[in-house]
Design a protein around this ligand. Sequence first.
Ligand SMILES: *Cc1c(COP(=O)(O)O)cnc(C)c1O
Length: 427
Amino acid sequence: MINKESANSPNSLSSFEELESNVRSYSRSFPVVFRKAASAILEDENGSEFIDFLSGAGVLNYGHNDPDLLDAAIAYLKSNGIVHGLDMATSAKRRFMEDFGAIILRPRGLTYKFHFPGPTGANAVEAALKLARKVTGRHSVISFTNGFHGVSLGALAITGNRYYRDAAGLPSAGAVFMPYDGYWGADTDSSEYLERVLADASSGVDLPAAVILETVQGEGGINPASKEWLQSIERICRKDDIVLIVDDIQAGCGRTGSFFSFEFADISPDIVVLSKSLSGSGLPLSLLLLKPELDVWRPGEHNGTFRGNNLALVTATAALRKYWTNEKLSEGVAENGRILKEHLQHLAQCSRDHNLSVRGRGMMLGLDCSTGNLAEKIARKAFENGLVVERCGAEDQVIKFLPPLTIDGPALQRGLDILDKSVRAST
Ligand SMILES: *Cc1c(COP(=O)(O)O)cnc(C)c1O
């Protein structure tokens, strides 16, 4: 029986307001009903187009519905390829691991084993923390101010933002927060503080199992760490056999230009956590890369029903082959990142009374508007004008720019024109 109510007028949010929990969030920032998308363009039920500078919070680095990734998925489905196989050995998983080794790891001189946890980023972070604790026999994990690692209990404990942590209903356990790079301004090296408290047996800070960090903090406000700081953190970890975990869920898969966001800093994390854009198609897929000597798991000791979904592995493999067997994507990120950054810097200069500033690396950029109010006004105006951008940072004061890495020149320019207009209307 067809419910008459479901014949809503286009873009009506009434079913969402009635049926979906209050926990919904992005549908509040972007109050239309989206029906399709291609590349960097979203379309709503009225046929209106929006330029997507959010890209599913970094899930869609290769844009919406990349035709080659869709073809790979459709061909696999039509061939009765295994979609779900728990963590049984499948042809699709073998192909992915072999290709990832050949295309990503070996050219970078990296040796890691693959651990496929449940499909979300938080699933992967939980697995990484558990493994680091098991390897070291230590309890605590050091994370950083403004870090974001997911909202399941373990990942939440190492997430800075109080809004998320307050919702846990339990005290956070096992986390110690240290100042991220630049927390006290550009002139203070915050890694010296970490080094000091770990060396001081009377600091009250125990030796941790792991240090976990994002090389560019995404939800925390687009804060990029410097090469020197990252190298100091690595050195500090090595001294006391602390597992260094890079959470590359948002900054990885090319967002900052290289496949891994830490390549520029020449560090070698013990565990790398990937998710968001790993499948390339928007299908959920997460992965831990771990140094072979850390592989102390016993069979099935950490498990999950949806590990390494095969359809997602198929599109992930297609993405590796299409985008990572030559330099074109990385060069495009450098070029588009430069255009975007210069544009934002110009915009910041033109709105001098408002104290705007620009941060980020590659195509992961933020416009810090100083206040949440101003950022909200600009983002809302932008949406009215056809641009999807979201906010981040402790006060939601930073507008975050994560266009698809593959965005074409005209769409990028259209987005920037809308942004200009929205900033002018708000300042
Ligand atoms: C999104 C994100 C997570 C959490 O991933 P979910 O899939 O939402 O659980 C963890 N770390 C970082 C850096 C993220 O951006």
